[in-house]
Each structure stands twice: as structure tokens, then as C-alpha cells.
Design a protein. Structure first.
Length: 193
């Protein structure tokens, strides 16, 4: 009972705490070993004059239990901000990852996450890919429906032709009709096969 009350109070406290976008972002994980030394990479020149190079870093992947290198990239400068590089810090025997981002000049506190734009772009690309997949799926389904409709139309036409033939077989090939002035008139209809 006390645990439930404690959890409820903790949940209420978390709801009441205002979350700020300017908070320092850290991720604590426990890899088996320290990250390898950063790779020395010769990068291409800046795509435009107002760009800053964010160097690559090592990240720990839990499923594969290994360090994976994330290559560096260029980010567009923000007036009044400097780049804080992503880094791993050993705090009490645990490796803590401090995500890089933008900090005001003279401060090391990350206020804006420059990975956010990359994540948004990645998410937008995923959504566009998903939309294209759905559009292809819809086109395939439309083609299947059109083929099914054509088949059904052909079946209906064949059934109509068969029923016409049956009806023609039931009727006699020669019909005698009385013409004007008492003379019989003979009408001959050819049989369909």
C-alpha cells in the first residue's frame, strides 16, 4: 500500500514538474568497456561559410553489445551559440553520454539539440517512405480490383451469351405469321452457335 502511495506521489510530482527544452541532455548506460579513442577523420570543406563541423563519436548499442562509430557532420551556425561536442564522461565507474548541442557563448550547458533537426528529417523521411509504400499498396490493390472487375465483366458477358443461345434453342427456327389479306408469311431466323 505504501509503495502504491509513493509511486502515485512520484507520478504526480513528475506531472507537476515543468519540462524545459533547455535542459542538459545526458544518457547513462553501462557498457562493458570505455569507448575507443575518437577516430581522426579528414572531413570535406564546409558546404557554406556559416557551418560548423560536429565531430563523430562512439555510441554503445545494447542489442549488439558493442561500440559503433557515428560519423561527424556539418551543422549550420546559430548566432550567439557555440557547439558543444558530444562526449562520454566516466562518472563513478559508469560511462555517461552527454549529447552535443548548442550552448550560449561562454557556457557549456546545452540549450538546443542540433541532433533534433536530424531526427526530424529522419522521421520525415520515414513518413514519406511509409506514404510511398501505402500509395504503391493502394495502386496494386486498385489494379487487382480492376482485373477482378474485368474478369467479372467477361464472366457476365459469357453468361449472357450462353443464356441467349439457350433462349434461341428453345424458340423454333421457323415462325409462321399471318400476313395481310390471309396469306401466311414465313420468317426464318438463323440459329446461333
Amino acid at each position: 500500500m505504501k509503495k502504491r502511495l509513493l509511486l502515485a506521489a512520484l507520478g504526480a510530482a513528475l506531472v507537476c514538474v515543468p519540462f524545459s527544452a533547455s535542459a542538459q541532455v545526458t544518457v547513462t548506460i553501462t557498457p562493458r568497456s570505455a569507448p575507443p579513442a575518437p577516430r581522426r577523420v579528414v572531413h570535406a570543406p564546409a558546404p557554406a561559410p556559416a557551418h560548423t563541423w560536429v565531430p563523430g563519436y562512439w555510441t554503445w548499442q545494447d542489442p549488439s553489445q558493442q561500440w559503433v562509430w557515428v560519423p561527424g557532420y556539418w551543422v549550420q551556425d546559430r548566432p550567439g551559440y557555440t557547439v558543444v561536442q558530444p562526449q562520454w564522461v566516466n562518472e563513478g565507474g559508469r560511462w555517461v553520454y552527454h549529447r552535443g548541442g548548442w550552448a550560449r557563448r561562454g557556457s557549456r550547458r546545452v540549450e538546443l539539440d542540433f541532433d533534433q533537426r536530424r531526427r526530424w528529417r529522419r522521421q520525415a523521411r520515414r513518413e514519406r517512405r511509409q506514404d510511398r509504400r501505402e500509395a504503391r499498396r493502394d495502386r496494386r490493390q486498385d489494379r487487382r480490383d480492376a482485373r477482378r472487375d474485368r474478369r467479372q465483366t467477361r464472366r457476365d458477358q459469357r453468361r449472357d451469351r450462353r443464356s441467349d443461345r439457350r433462349r434461341d434453342r428453345r424458340q423454333p427456327a421457323v415462325t409462321v405469321r399471318r400476313g395481310g389479306r390471309g396469306t401466311p408469311r414465313v420468317v426464318v431466323r438463323p440459329r446461333r452457335r
